[in-house]
Write a protein that binds this ligand. Sequence first.
Ligand code: TYD
Length: 225
Amino acid sequence: MPQDKKVERKPFIVFEGIDGVGKTTLSQRFAKEYNARWEPEPTDTGLGEKIRDILQGRIIGANPNTLRHLFAADRAQHSDFIKWALELDMVVLDRYCYSAYAYNMDTTAAKRDLSAEMEYLVMPDLVFLLDADPVKVRQRLEKRGTLQRFDDLDTQRQVRDRYLRLWREWPGFFVRIDASADLDSVYAKIQVYFNYWLERRRGLGLTGDAVSSIATNKDGSNPDQ
Ligand code: TYD
């Protein structure tokens, strides 16, 4: 849900996307360049560690509801911290509640819980969706020998479709960046868009063709290929 209140605080920016698409590398580089605090979800607290234990098979037998509630609990704590951190610094997150939407929305209860969760979470100002065809992402990971970070193709396709639904619903807030090119050119697009966004936030409203086409969901690259 886009932030609707005008608040005086530092920018809160989220990066989302399927496994292995380059979120961590790009969000860390972005945070460094803009002197922001970088945070991952699941977090590096005890709760986040439990989640990783489950995801990486060190704890077995957790059902999807347990995992979903653990993600939500981790995020509830994190949200409090983010509110506090935003008084001092810009905050950049590697995943947030949109991951819950993309990965965990298999039941009616899950949907209900997520909309309740979004009532109390601090909302970001902008979400970068790093988007690429799962087949291409898998090929890239294969080349690097890091395929273990990738779930099966059908799951990744479903996750991507859900992300694209959010992008269609919230143009200008949920910003799709075509992430199928090399990391440097993907990063350059993020920079261009973010600089434009910052100018607009400061009230200068400078737009160029490149950024306005991204903001209106018409950047020329077809997400359905
Ligand atoms: P992580 O090891 O951080 O993966 P990545 O490097 O790809 O970001 O693990 C995060 C995994 O948890 C990822 O597959 C997405 C999933 N996830 C959910 O299913 N629900 C959530 O609410 C969140 C935050 C993540």
